[in-house]
Design a binder for this molecule. Structure first.
Ligand code: DGY
Length: 332
């Protein structure tokens, strides 16, 4: 009887993937609602060949060095800024992620935040709950129109395209985008125009961020960038919190430099309860739930299991972040 590979799963993920993982592996599953502390994770992966990680698990070189048998890290997320990819590749460890299946759910959430912030929905909800609603107000609660406006997409990948598609088809918006790559598809299908970052900031009514977090993009939105935006602009971030200098965003919202913001991500996560951003009425903050639909999380779990098993059995990972590792993959 062959021995099943030992893996650690750092949180309970949907059965759609977890069941396959349990069938193929000798799996230890972390059942706490909060992530394992770094030291505990280090201890848990020490004897493992595989790890299912979440974006809350920092997979750095020290942790990899503590796990000499580790062949694969299967991230339960499309983003992989929690993993030191260069260190993984250097050590012959495969890394997988979950692209594609969360595109629609994430674009839906970005749009939800955009319209909620533009039309002051959460503020209105609080107003109702607090008993301040006394009558219909002709000049109260005024927000921003959406139809025919300009959306600026920063990062025209799958999710950037999907929000642009929604805004163009449904709200007849003009689409500007900023990306190092040209998107012929967005240009052809949506009439999108590639522009430099400053032009996008200056001309957009809505700015939605869909770029990776890396050392070049960290704090790409700071005081200077918010100052270039329209005073009526709505800023949306459903990518990663550290893309934004959160203090600068707070100041821009408080001073009326921009109109409102919708955030699914913050820096840190969760924000400190005394963060002044939480006191503002023109920001809507969701707890990093853009991919949180039943279907999407199931699909993510399936890819995550497929990546893990492929990594353990020496196969090609279906969604492989570092295919350049092939040739020096760990064989234990
Ligand atoms: C991701 O996948 O990177 C999201 O942030 C969580 O689904």
């Amino acid at each position: 009887m062959s021995v099943k590979p030992k893996v650690f799963v750092s949180r309970v993920i949907p059965d759609a993937g977890l069941k396959r993982i349990k069938d193929h592996c000798d799996a230890e599953i972390w059942t706490d609602p909060l992530p394992p502390p770094h030291a505990v994770l280090r201890e848990k992966v020490a004897g493992c060949e595989g790890l299912v990680a979440l974006l809350t698990d920092k997979m750095d070189a020290t942790l990899m060095d503590a796990a000499p048998r580790l062949k694969v890290v299967s991230n339960y997320a499309v983003g992989f800024n929690n993993i030191d990819i260069a260190a993984a590749t250097e050590r012959g460890i495969c890394v997988g992620n979950t692209p594609g299946v969360l595109t629609d759910a994430t674009a839906d959430m970005a749009f939800c935040l955009l319209i909620a912030a533009a039309r002051r929905v959460v503020e209105g909800h609080q107003y109702t709950l607090s008993g301040k609603w006394k009558t219909w107000e002709p000049i109260g609660h005024l927000g921003q129109d959406l139809a025919g406006k300009t959306l600026g997409v920063v990062g025209m990948g799958r999710i950037g395209y999907a929000i642009a598609q929604r805004c163009h088809a449904g709200w007849d918006m003009t689409i500007l985008y900023h990306d190092v790559y040209r998107s012929e598809k967005a240009e052809r299908d949506l009439g999108a125009k590639q522009v430099d970052f400053d032009t996008l900031l200056r001309e957009s009514d809505f700015v939605s961020v869909h770029t990776d977090l890396n050392e070049k993009t960290r704090h790409m939105f700071g005081a200077e960038q918010f100052k270039k935006m329209k005073r009526t602009a709505v800023f949306v971030n459903s990518a990663r919190g550290p893309l934004v200098d959160q203090k600068a965003l707070h100041d821009a919202l408080k001073s009326g430099t921009i109109f409102a913001a919708g955030l699914d991500v913050t820096d840190p996560e969760p924000p400190e309860m005394n963060d002044p951003l939480l006191k503002l009425s023109n920001v809507v903050i969701a707890p990093h739930i853009a991919s949180a639909t039943v279907g999407t999380r199931n699909a993510m779990a399936e890819i995550c299991a497929d990546n893990l098993i492929a990594g353990l059995t020496g196969q090609k990972l279906p969604a492989w972040v570092n295919p350049e590792v092939e040739g020096k993959r760990r064989k234990t």
